[in-house]
Write a protein that binds this ligand. Structure first.
Ligand SMILES: [Fe+2]
Length: 179
């Protein structure tokens, strides 16, 4: 079930908010500029479907989202526990970083934690199938789906250079093990 936990950044073990209520998640995240939505889409896909099939199935939704965001491209990112690079890929997303564009993801299968670090607070958003999250440019964050990640997500880019991270050098994700 999708969820949100909010912490003071100096107190990793004491959540001040913990909810699985989608409306509360959306409201709390909206307060820091993060968009969160559940899409009750009729699209039914298998984890084995190709990126092309997934992009085609979600085309009407993507066209609307990309229009709203002024986005230029979309792709599919998939990670499963049997990926030989799973540990390295996990590390790539795990260190706190920012982007110069919004980070927009829709979970087609599986789940993962998007963790935002804003105003001395940590917002751990557990996203699962059917969830859309859009993290604004320059928001400090990281992503973790654990040691055995399983997810397929649509990614929407406004910048033609794709996923480019600027790492903050803060090891806060080590102090906040969410997955
Ligand atoms: Fe990111």
């Amino acid at each position: 079930m999708s969820g949100l936990k909010i912490f003071e950044d100096a107190k990793p073990k004491a959540a001040i908010v913990s909810t699985t209520d989608v409306d509360v998640i959306a409201r709390e995240l909206s307060a820091i500029g993060v968009q969160f939505e559940r899409w009750e889409s009729p699209v039914s896909l298998s984890p084995d479907d190709s990126a092309e099939v997934i992009l085609n199935a979600y085309k009407p939704y993507l066209d609307q989202l990309m229009g709203a965001k002024g986005a230029g491209s979309a792709d599919v990112v998939k990670l499963t526990p049997d990926n030989p690079n799973v540990a390295a890929l996990r590390q790539k997303f795990l260190a706190e970083h920012i982007h110069t564009e919004d980070e927009i993801r829709f979970f087609v299968h599986g789940s993962g934690h998007f963790v935002m670090h804003v105003n001395d607070r940590v917002y751990d958003a557990f996203c699962e199938r059917g969830d859309l999250i859009s993290v604004p440019a320059n928001t400090k964050h990281w992503f973790d789906a654990g040691e055995k990640p399983f997810f397929t997500a649509l990614r929407v880019f406004t910048d033609t250079s794709g996923w480019v991270a600027h790492f903050t050098g803060d090891n806060i994700s080590e102090r906040f093990p969410v997955a």
